[in-house]
Design a binder for this molecule. Structure first.
Ligand code: MRU
Length: 350
């Protein structure tokens, strides 16, 4: 089977003049790619979870801008730079929490002023740079994070922060891959991650392909697992890290951080600096996406909850900085994060 290390399985790709997305809603049962030539299709794909994971949606949106520019320029070569604002807004609104989306769009927008004539070559080159830099960041974070795991142990991860959620290789799973290769990880526990099951469908799939031993647990089993003592690190990704180090990630991450502190287990957040939002002061200011109640009330389209019951479905939560032992970025590692250390990290050249 193909490897998910970033070389073969690609969640996002520019191919044949459009955006090719691996449909993550139906993995691992079916491997199917969807193809988009228009930015509105890319925006829908992000909203509907065809592509998900903070860096991956940023990359998909960057390629979406290339589609938008091509269409707007063909329709109106003189005014396309004004009219494309609608497409930027549609892409930006597709999901609210992951700041990588806005970061990638701002970066693409910053190129518009330099362009005269056909915008596609310059914007495609920029989108490819966004993509390539993400893969390089993941490799660097993998090395930095793996160096922190100084004894052979089991680790626990939540959701999917792997090749599927990024340009390739992964953030949290990048660290897992690097630490497993150096012999420091014996076993990965993966939370199943209700309701989209990113842990059981995606993380387990990636790790099995890489021959990294993976054991699934129900989301509610983490405290019981940590009490046994074999897990020394919880390693997760992030969708947005505020200026004070508070980190938003998949719902249930905060539970893990509380339980980790109680049991003396270290808590590592792995995210590129494109996930750090210095304009958001604290986690209180991070918008938390709430998705349809039906995602909880039904499974595979079949209602399982009692008729008449309602559901509340926030899909991210915020882990306060003081529960995070270390944030690993491509620019370096921040231990016991706070506002001063995050500002210093973001000012550093590398
Ligand atoms: O709803 P999702 O699947 O997009 O949520 C993804 C996560 O929460 C990931 O942990 C996060 O985006 C980091 S991915 C490197």
């Amino acid at each position: 089977m193909a490897s998910a290390q970033g070389s073969v399985i690609k969640a996002v790709e520019w191919a044949g003049g459009g955006v090719r997305l691996l449909d993550q809603r139906i993995l691992p049962g079916k491997i199917n790619y969807l193809f988009y030539k228009e930015s509105s299709g890319v925006a829908s794909a992000i909203r509907e979870m065809v592509v998900r994971g903070a860096p991956a949606i940023g990359i998909a949106a960057a390629y979406g801008v290339v589609c938008a520019a091509r269409r707007r320029y063909a329709l109106s070569p003189g005014t396309w730079q004004r009219e494309i604002a609608v497409d930027f807004a549609e892409l930006a609104d597709s999901r609210p929490t992951a700041v990588n989306l806005r970061w990638a769009l701002d970066r693409m927008k910053s190129r518009l002023g330099d362009i005269s004539g056909d915008p596609e070559p310059a914007l495609l080159a920029e989108a490819r740079r966004v993509h390539d830099e993400d893969i390089a960041a993941n490799r660097r974070m993998g090395d930095l994070g793996a160096q922190l795991i100084d004894q052979r142990c089991a680790v626990l991860t939540h959701c999917n922060a792997g090749a599927l959620a990024t340009g390739g290789f992964g953030t949290a799973l990048g660290v897992v891959r690097a630490a497993y290769a150096s012999g420091h990880i014996s076993l990965v526990y993966a939370d199943e991650t209700r309701p989209w099951l990113q842990g059981s469908r995606l993380t387990a799939w990636e790790l099995v392909q890489d021959h990294i031993p993976v054991t699934l647990i129900g989301d509610g089993a983490a405290a019981h697992l940590l009490k046994q003592g074999g897990v020394k690190w919880i390693i997760v990704g992030a969708d947005r890290i505020a200026a004070n180090g508070d980190a938003a990630n998949k719902i249930g991450t905060y539970n893990l951080a509380v339980v980790a502190r109680h049991h003396g287990v270290k808590f590592m957040v792995v995210a590129p600096t494109s996930t750090i939002d210095m304009q958001t002061a604290t986690g209180h200011d991070i918008p938390i996406e709430e998705r349809a109640a039906d995602e909880l009330l039904s499974v595979a389209g079949v209602r399982i909850a009692a008729e008449g019951a309602q559901a509340w479905n926030p899909v991210f939560d915020v882990t306060p900085a003081d529960l995070i032992d270390v944030i690993v970025t491509e620019k370096g590692v921040v231990a016991a994060p706070d506002a001063r250390k995050m500002a210093a990290l973001m000012k550093a050249d590398r």
